[in-house]
Design a protein around this ligand. Structure first.
Ligand SMILES: Cc1ncc(COP(=O)(O)O)c(C=O)c1O
Length: 1004
C-alpha cells in the first residue's frame, strides 16, 4: 500500500492512497510510460539511420504537421497527477440516492475490485487465440450461464454496448430473422432515452416505429388499444417491444403482451432488468405468456460495477436456442462463447458463430459491433457468483422491504401519495406530490438526499406531479432514516391511509434460479487461476497489429475507481457532479487540440460506434442542405470490417463502393478518381484509415479529401491508428471532417478481453452543431454546464458514454502533457521501424511492392513461396499457414500478431512505445527463431502451440454442436499451463526452440 503525501491545491494538506507502490512497477513510473531509455532510443534511431525522432515523419507532407505545441497542459509528476485527480473527484457531492432510473445502483461484491486487478484478465485482448485466452473465455462462459439462469434464455451474447444498443440490435435481429419489414411497435412506456437512441439510429434507414400508447389512468400500456392496433395492422408490424418494468416503475402485463404478439406471429422483444429476475423477483422472460418472449434486451452494468456517471453500460441481449427455436441465433449480433474440445480431447471454450460478424462478413454482417463490454461481462459473472442464490435473493428482499417502509411513511402523510396504487410495482415507487417536483427534489438535495427523478413528463396526457424513487440493497439504514426524516419534515401527517395492491403472483418468479454458491476465497482463487491462463501487455510485447496493445497505467484504474467518479450517478443534479463534468470538459477540449478539429463528442463507446456517429453526422449534414440523395460511401478494400458494417447500419448498405489499393498498399488515386467521376454527385463520403491498415501513411490523403469535398462529400478518418500520428499530424490540415479516437488503443485504456472500448469523435466546423448527446461549457464562474447542440442528430448513449474510460484517458494525458503526446507517437513509430529494419532481412514484407516505404507504427511480414510449400508438405495448407505460424508466437510467451488481416497471408506486428530495446530485441529474436523453425522444421508448425494450457481447438465441431450455456452447478474445470507464460518470457529464445524440438524428438 502506498500513500503519497502531498500538498493539495485546496488549503489543507491531504494524502492519496493508491493501494499499490508505483515504484514496484517500472513501466508505471517511466516518463510518458515509455520504458525505453534515451540510450535505447539513440541506438534504435541509429539502426534505422535517422538522427532524431522528428526525422521519423520526414516523409509526411510538411503542411499537414502541427507546427507548435498542442494546447495541453505541461505534464504532471506521478504524485501531482494523483493529487490532481483526487481533488477533482472530491468536487462530487455523493448524497443518499434513490435515483436509480436510467441506471439502477446495487451493491457490488468486493470480488469485482479484486478481479479487476488481475491484469492478464483486465488488459488482455479479445480471445481470438483460444489457446492463450481460456481465462477470458471461461469468464464469459460463466456470464452466459449465469444470465441464462436468471432470464431462462439459452443464448446470451457476451454483451453489447448498453441497453439502448441491445434494444436496437434486437429489433434489427428480429426483423431480419423473421423477414419482416413493417414498422416496429414500441411501447410508449419505454424510457424516452432508449426511444431517442432508436430514432437516432433509424433515421436514414428503412426502420420505422409506431407507438403503443400508455394509459394515463394506470401508468401502464393501454392493452385494449394495442390489441385494436394489431387487429387493424397485423400483417404489417415487424416487432413488438415492451418493458417488464416501465419508465414509471410500474409492471406491464408481460404475459398478455407476448401472447398478443404471438397471436399475430409478431416477434416480441422484452426489455428487462436481470437483477430483478433473481429468486424472489420478477418472472423470467422465458416464461412470459404461453411460450416466452422471443428476444430480450436489458441493462446489466449494475450487475458489474458502480454507476460510474452512467457508463459504459453493459448491454444484455438474448435469444432462444432450443429444439423448437433455433433459427434466430444465426441472425443475432455480437460475440458468443461455446463449449469446445482441443485436439487432445480436452474440454475448453472458444468464440463461436463468428461467420455472422463484421470481420468476416463486412457489410453483410448482422451488426457492426466489434469491441463490446467484455470486461464488464467478466466481472458481472464474478459478482453474481459471489453473491450467489442467497445473496441476490437477500438484495431483492432488502430493496422490497425498504420500498415498503417508504410506502408506509408516505401513506401516513398529506400532499404525497402513490400515483397509481392499483397498478402493480416492484422496487420503484411512483409518487404524486402536491407541489412542483423540481422544487421538492431541490429541497431534498439540501437535506443531503437525491430523492428521485421528476417523471411528470412521462405521462404527457396527465398534469400530475410525479416523482419516481428506486430502491435496492444500496440504501442502508442511514439512507432510509434520512428519507424518512425528509418526508416527515416536509409533509404533514394525514388522517387517512392509502392502500396499495400486492404485486400479483403471475408477474413474479415461481421457481428459484438455483444459482450455485461459492465462498469468496474459493472464487477469488479460481479467478486468479483464470488470469494465469492469459497474458498481459504488462509482461512483454503484445504485438497485435491495429490493436495497439500498450501498457495500461495503474494510475488510470485507480483514478477511475475514486468514489467521486465511480459512485456519481448520471442523473444527479449538475451542481453535485462538477468533478465528472470537469473531466469531460477537459477531455472534450484536449481532443480538439489533439486532432486539430473544431468539435468533439465523448459519447461513443467503441470505434465502430464512433464510425456510426460520423456517418450519421454526414447524413444529417447532407439532409440539412437538401442533399439527402447522397447515398454512396467510398471505402478502401483493405479497411477494417467495421467500416463496411457501419455504413450498412447507417443506411448505406447498397451504396458502398470499394476502393482499390495500388501496389504500394495505398489508395489507388486513378481508381479513386474514376469512382468520384462515377459517383461524385451522389457521394455521401469516404472512410479512410490513416495510417492505413498496412501501417503506411496515406500521403495523398489531403488530395483525396479535397476531391471528395469538391464533389460535395465528407471525409471520415478511422483513427484506430492514431498511435502513429497523435500530436504530429493536424487532422484539420488533412481535410478530415470526422475521426474516432479509440481510447482502448492509443489512449491506454485496457482492452478487457475485448472491451469496453471508447471512441471520442472529433469533427470539423460544419458538423459541430449536429453533434449527438450533450456538450459541456465552462461558465465564467467556473461552473460546468451541459447543453444540447442546436441541430443535434440525437443520442448514441443514454448517459455520458464510458465515463470511467474518460477518467483513464484524462489521467494518462495528465502524465503526458503537451510534450508527451508527440513523444509517445514518435517512440511507437521508432519501435516499429526498428523491428521492421531487423526483421525485413528475415521475412518477405507486405504489401509486396511497398519495399522500404517508411512504415509507421506497424508493419506486415509474410512467408516466402518456398516456406508455404514446405509447410504444405508438412501438412499445413496455405490457407492455414499464417494462423499456424501465429500460434508459434504463443510458444515463446507472446501473443500472436494480427493474422490474415488486412493481408490474407500477413502477420501484422505493432510493438507500441511501451517496451525497452532489450525487450524488442528479444521479441525480434523470437520472430527470427520462428522463421528458422518454418524453414528447417516445418512439421512443428502443424502442432503449434506446444506450451499453452490447451492444444489447437476444434472450432468446426464447436460451431456445429453449439453449446452456449448450461446449468452451472460447479465452476468449470481448468486446464493448466504446460509452461507458465512468465517462465517462457524468462527463457532464452534458443532454449524455447530446443524445447519445441524436443517435443518432436528433433534437434538442430
Ligand atoms: C482499423 C480499425 N477500425 C475500427 C475498429 C473498431 O473499433 P472498436 O473495436 O473499438 O469498435 C478497429 C478495431 O480493432 C480497427 O482496428
Amino acid at each position: 500500500m502506498s500513500s503519497l503525501s502531498t500538498t493539495s491545491t485546496h488549503d489543507h494538506a491531504s494524502s492519496v492512497h493508491l493501494g499499490y507502490d508505483p515504484e514496484e512497477h517500472p513501466r508505471e513510473v517511466s516518463r510518458h510510460y515509455i520504458s525505453a531509455s534515451d540510450d535505447d532510443l539513440a541506438s534504435m534511431l541509429n539502426k534505422v539511420g535517422l538522427g532524431s525522432l522528428q526525422d521519423l515523419f520526414s516523409h509526411l507532407p510538411k503542411p499537414q504537421l502541427f507546427d507548435g505545441d498542442l494546447s495541453l497542459p505541461e505534464e504532471l509528476s506521478y504524485k501531482d497527477a494523483a493529487e490532481h485527480l483526487h481533488q477533482i473527484s472530491r468536487k462530487t457531492n455523493l448524497h443518499s440516492s434513490f435515483i436509480g432510473d436510467l441506471l439502477p445502483v446495487w451493491k457490488v461484491h468486493p470480488i469485482v475490485e479484486q478481479v479487476s486487478q488481475l491484469r492478464p484478465l483486465s488488459t488482455s485482448y479479445t480471445p481470438y487465440q483460444p489457446e492463450r485466452s481460456q481465462g477470458t473465455l471461461v469468464t464469459h462462459w460463466i456470464y452466459q450461464c449465469v444470465l441464462s439462469a436468471l432470464t431462462g434464455f439459452e443464448a446470451i451474447n457476451t454483451s453489447l454496448y448498453d441497453r439502448s444498443a441491445a434494444l436496437f440490435e434486437a429489433i434489427c435481429c428480429a426483423r431480419r430473422s423473421r423477414k419482416r419489414s413493417g414498422p416496429v411497435l414500441l411501447a410508449q412506456s419505454l424510457f424516452n432515452e432508449d426511444i431517442s437512441f432508436l430514432n437516432t439510429h433509424a433515421r436514414g434507414t428503412d426502420l420505422e416505429f409506431e407507438m403503443a400508447p400508455l394509459n394515463p389512468s394506470s401508468g401502464r400500456l393501454d392493452y385494449a388499444k394495442i390489441e385494436n392496433l394489431l387487429t387493424n395492422q397485423n400483417t404489417n408490424i415487424s416487432a413488438l417491444v415492451f418493458p417488464q418494468v416501465n419508465a414509471l416503475g410500474i409492471l406491464e402485463e408481460v404475459d398478455r403482451l407476448v401472447d398478443l404478439a404471438r397471436k399475430w406471429s409478431i416477434p416480441s422483444i422484452a426489455v428487462i432488468d436481470p437483477m430483478l429476475l433473481a429468486t424472489g423477483g420478477l418472472k423470467p422472460p422465458s416464461e412470459f405468456g404461453s411460450h416466452g418472449a422471443d428476444f430480450i434486451a436489458g441493462e446489466a452494468q449494475h450487475l458489474a460495477i458502480p454507476p460510474s456517471f452512467g457508463g459504459p453500460g453493459l448491454g444484455l441481449f438474448g435469444s432462444r436456442y432450443h429444439e423448437e427455436a433455433k433459427k434466430d441465433l444465426r441472425n443475432t449480433p455480437g460475440r458468443y462463447i461455446g463449449k469446445a474440445k482441443d485436439s487432445q480431447d480436452r474440454d475448453c471454450f472458444v468464440m463461436v458463430l463468428s461467420t455472422r460478424e463484421q470481420h468476416i462478413r463486412k457489410e453483410k454482417a448482422t451488426s457492426n459491433v466489434c469491441s463490446n463490454q467484455a470486461f464488464l461481462a467478466t466481472v458481472a459473472g464474478a459478482n453474481l457468483l459471489a453473491k450467489g442464490e442467497n445473496g441476490l435473493k437477500h438484495g431483492l428482499s432488502q430493496a422490497l422491504s425498504s420500498r415498503k417502509q417508504a410506502s408506509q411513511w408516505i401513506g401516513q402523510r398529506e400532499g404525497i401519495e402513490l400515483a397509481f396504487p392499483n397498478s402493480p410495482a416492484f422496487n420503484d415507487l411512483l409518487l404524486s406530490v402536491n407541489q412542483d417536483p423540481d422544487t421538492l427534489i431541490r429541497r431534498a438535495r439540501e437535506c443531503g438526499i437525491h430523492m428521485g427523478v421528476d417523471v411528470s413528463s412521462r405521462i404527457p396526457q396527465s398534469d400530475k406531479n410525479l416523482i419516481k424513487l428506486s430502491f435496492s440493497d444500496a440504501q442502508g439504514e442511514e439512507e432510509m432514516a434520512a428519507l424518512k426524516k425528509f418526508i416527515f419534515d416536509f409533509f404533514p401527517a394525514s388522517s387517512c391511509t392509502q392502500d396499495e395492491i400486492e404485486t400479483p403472483s403471475h408477474l413474479l418468479r415461481s421457481d428459484p434460479t438455483n444459482l450455485p454458491g461459492f465462498s469468496h476465497d474459493e472464487l477469488l482463487n479460481y479467478y486468479e487461476q483464470l488470469a494465469n491462463l492469459n497474458i498481459s501487455p504488462d509482461d512483454g510485447c503484445y504485438p497485435l497489429g491495429s490493436c495497439t496493445m500498450k501498457y495500461n497505467p495503474l494510475l488510470n484504474d485507480w483514478a477511475a475507481g475514486l468514489a467521486g467518479f465511480a459512485q456519481a450517478h448520471p442523473q444527479a443534479p449538475e451542481e453535485d457532479v462538477q468533478g465528472p463534468l470537469e473531466v469531460l470538459y477537459e477531455i472534450q477540449e484536449w481532443f480538439k487540440s489533439i486532432t486539430g478539429l473544431a468539435g468533439v463528442t465523448t459519447q461513443p463507446v467503441a470505434g465502430a460506434q464512433g464510425e456510426l456517429v460520423g456517418l450519421k453526422l454526414f447524413q444529417a449534414y447532407h439532409h440539412s442542405r437538401g442533399e439527402g440523395h447522397r447515398n454512396i460511401v467510398l471505402i478502401p478494400k483493405s479497411a477494417h470490417g467495421t467500416n463496411f458494417a457501419t455504413a450498412a447500419t447507417a443506411g448505406y448498405g447498397s451504396g458502398i463502393v470499394y476502393l482499390q489499393a495500388n501496389e504500394k498498399g495505398m489508395i489507388d488515386l486513378a481508381d479513386f478518381r474514376q469512382k468520384i467521376e462515377e459517383h461524385g454527385s451522389n457521394l455521401c463520403g469516404i472512410m479512410i484509415t490513416n495510417p492505413n491498415t498496412s501501417g503506411i501513411f496515406e500521403t495523398d490523403f489531403s488530395i483525396i479529401a479535397e476531391e471528395v469535398h469538391q464533389a460535395g462529400g465528407m471525409v471520415y478518418m478511422d483513427g484506430a491508428n492514431m498511435n502513429a500520428i497523435a500530436g504530429i499530424v493536424d487532422l484539420s490540415k488533412l481535410g478530415v471532417d470526422a475521426v474516432h479516437n479509440n481510447l482502448h488503443k492509443t489512449w491506454t485504456i485496457p482492452h478487457g478481453g475485448g472491451g469496453p472500448g471508447d471512441a471520442i469523435v472529433a469533427v470539423s466546423e460544419p458538423l459541430v452543431s449536429f453533434l449527438p448527446g450533450r456538450q459541456i461549457r465552462k461558465e465564467e464562474d467556473g461552473f460546468f454546464r451541459s447543453f444540447v447542440p442546436e441541430n443535434s442528430i440525437g443520442t448514441f448513449h443514454r448517459n455520458w458514454g464510458n465515463f470511467g474510460h474518460k477518467v483513464r484517458a484524462y489521467s494518462y494525458l495528465l502524465r503526458l502533457g503537451k510534450k508527451g503526446v508527440p513523444r509517445m507517437s514518435s517512440v511507437a513509430v521508432l519501435s516499429s521501424r526498428y523491428l521492421f529494419e531487423v526483421l525485413r532481412f528475415h521475412y518477405p514484407t507486405l504489401p509486396g511492392q511497398a519495399g522500404e516505404i517508411a512504415r509507421m507504427h506497424e508493419f506486415i511480414l509474410t512467408l516466402s513461396d518456398q516456406d508455404f510449400e514446405r509447410l504444405e508438405k508438412a501438412g499445413v495448407p496455405k490457407s492455414q499457414a499464417i494462423p499456424q505460424v501465429g500460434k508459434l508466437f504463443l510458444d515463446f510467451g507472446f501473443h500472436a500478431p494480427t493474422v490474415a488481416f488486412p493481408e490474407v497471408f500477413g502477420l501484422m506486428i505493432e510493438p507500441t512505445e511501451s517496451y525497452t530495446k532489450a525487450e524488442l530485441d528479444r521479441f525480434a529474436h523470437a520472430v527470427i527463431a520462428i522463421k528458422d523453425l518454418v524453414e528447417t522444421f516445418p512439421q512443428v508448425v502443424a502442432s503449434a502451440p506446444h506450451f499453452t494450457p490447451i492444444d489447437r481447438v476444434d472450432e468446426v465441431a464447436a460451431n456445429r454442436n453449439l453449446c452456449l450455456s448450461e446449468k452451472l452447478s460447479h465452476l468449470p474445470s481448468l486446464p493448466v499451463n504446460r509452461i507458465q507464460p512468465s517462465v517462457l518470457l524468462g527463457l532464452e529464445i534458443e532454449e524455447v526452440k530446443k524445447r519445441i524440438l524436443q517435443i518432436h524428438d528433433l534437434s538442430e
